[in-house]
Design a protein. Sequence first.
Length: 180
Amino acid sequence: MNVGQAQDRDNIIAGDIEGLQYLSFFLDNEEYAIDILRVQELRGWVPVTRVPDMPDYLKGVLNLRGTIIPVVDLRRRFSLPEVSYGPTTVVIVIKVICADIERVMGIIVDAVAETYIFNQAEIQPSPQVGGSISSDFITGLVAHEDRMIVLMDIDALMNSEEMAVKVETHLSEQVAEQTE
């Protein structure tokens, strides 16, 4: 390792200590980001198994190495226009914490963008405005180069009363029916 590489490595380590690391993705040409510590893996789009009588934003379930996980289409969840899934469509497998219980879910996004390290000073509070994405799910905004990046609270989103109750109830009912 040369001196430049050692300095880059030290800067990355220092950046990790000084800031929070985020994975960004696109939905409808807007950039969003989530805490990278919540990301378990990235998967290219593959069709999921539909589960009857589910909300339209719950695309179905995916078998992830023997674990069945629900997969949520964030475009539908945020009432954005529907598009066909393409080569850049990604399922981000995330860990969601609810009442000290960790569960694994997938979220479908248009494309994964980058990873960033943001210091607390860079993060601005989210404005309290209406729209398809509730400000309850936004932890802040970051002005980066010529664009705004919306930082999302994935736990708040996936544990919102609407999401958590419907997903858990429907999946539990479907599993119970299949085992009878």
